[in-house]
Ligand binder design. Structure first.
Ligand SMILES: *Cc1c(COP(=O)(O)O)cnc(C)c1O
Length: 386
């Protein structure tokens, strides 16, 4: 319709964002609390005393008429310290190894611009995985090569396929490999074989390791960055740090890679208020991250219970969400189960033939279990419940 739009963009469908707030609530459940377990946020808001500190800083310290500190020096120093400390690194990560973005999505887009734009490269992803990599690439006209994972082997990437794809893709060659550690939606951390494969990739291929769920998995690849100048590790404040509303992401990489990102990012890409929020969250990280053991223990309880259900196939999780499929692999039934959960107030994400459900508050998790069991009993009356 709009003659000035690139035809590949015209044919692209937009990312379906989370409705946000409570506006996505179906009319029939207006009076129920809505369990928003579809986007892997923390169920816990920032504590009141921290919100008050942030409000105070807005009133007393922030000049709304001034552009933000565009160097992000204080924030980068605090992030570098946190990354070093949280991975027990002997050699400290330097602020020159950090770049910050308006969500880690922005950093991924900048990396694609730096590596693949204008026919310079293709990207490789192993599905199912985070959908934003392919969406970002497509909006930039960058070809996406996909390989599979094996559900039988905890969703490990088919490494032979991946290696063959790199050898065979020539126009343009693969310049970027995206992996998530642990993966979304399948919740598995990188396996030793996957890590070995990433280590073996030549230096002209950028390896992006998305550690959005690091605080839940407590397993990181930052300790190996020094040996791999072609690795970039991305993280976010949107999950464990409870700051999804502020859109804050960062990456850790070789200083030369960071210098390239600095050339590409928009000026003042992080609002002053978001910088303040991130600094506050890092200062109070012990308090904020103290909720993680509880979420992990509730996740494991939920997984143990659901693993006993004869109608379900579930996998271990190293993140704050679980992934399940029906033993019957009946897509129609799965859609109905997803819709019924939603009608009762539990939002999940139906993806790649399965259902991804975030670990929420204790009450939310209890409702997830009760509703899922009741709905499964309707669908599979012969399968005994748990
Ligand atoms: C949630 C999530 C992110 C975070 O993205 P932001 O833009 O920082 O909010 C990144 N990667 C994965 C795999 C995620 O699930």
């Amino acid at each position: 319709m709009l003659g000035f739009i690139r035809s590949d963009i015209a044919n692209l469908s937009a990312y379906q964002p989370h409705p946000g707030g409570v506006s996505g609530k179906p009319a029939e459940i207006e009076s129920l609390p809505l369990d928003r377990l579809d986007t892997n946020e923390s169920p816990f808001d920032l504590p009141d005393e921290l919100k008050e500190k942030l409000a105070w800083s807005y009133k007393e310290q922030i000049e709304a008429n001034r552009y933000p500190d565009g160097s992000y020096a204080a924030l980068k120093t605090a992030i570098a310290q946190y990354v070093t400390e949280s991975a027990n690194l002997l050699a400290a990560i330097a602020p020159e190894q950090i770049s910050v973005g308006n969500g880690s999505d922005e950093l991924m887009r900048s990396l694609l611009i730096a590596t693949c734009l204008g026919g310079a490269g293709s990207v490789l992803v192993a599905n199912p995985t985070f959908s934003m990599y392919a969406i970002l690439a497509q909006t930039l006209g960058i070809p996406v090569v996909t390989v599979e994972r094996s559900p039988q082997a905890d969703f490990q990437i088919n490494l032979e396929q991946a290696q063959a794809a790199i050898a065979q893709t020539q126009t343009p060659p693969i310049r970027v490999v995206f992996v998530v550690h642990p993966n979304s939606p399948t919740a598995n951390a990188l396996t030793p074989a996957e890590l070995d494969w990433l280590r073996s990739l030549p230096e002209h291929i950028l390896v992006v390791i998305d550690e959005a769920y690091f605080e839940f998995s407590q397993t990181s690849t930052v300790g190996e960055l020094a040996q791999h100048p072609n690795w970039v590790i991305t993280r976010t404040f949107s999950k464990a740090f409870r700051l999804a509303a502020h859109r804050l992401g960062y990456c850790v990489a070789h200083p030369e890679a960071i210098a390239v990102l600095e050339k590409i990012r928009l000026p003042y890409n992080l609002p002053t208020f978001s910088q303040s929020a991130a600094l506050l969250a890092l200062t109070h990280r012990q308090q904020l991250l103290a909720s993680i053991p509880q979420l992990i223990s509730e996740r494991d309880k939920l997984l143990t219970t659901l693993a006993q259900h004869p109608a379900l196939q579930v996998w271990p999780s190293a993140a704050n969400f679980i992934y399940l499929r029906l033993q019957t692999a009946d897509g129609e039934a799965l859609t109905q189960i997803h819709q019924k959960l939603k009608a009762q107030g539990t939002l999940g994400r139906q993806i790649a033939g399965g259902l991804r459900i975030t670990i929420g508050s204790t009450d939310e998790n209890a409702r997830t279990l009760n509703r899922l069991e009741a709905i499964l009993a309707e669908h599979f009356p012969s399968a005994s419940g748990v």
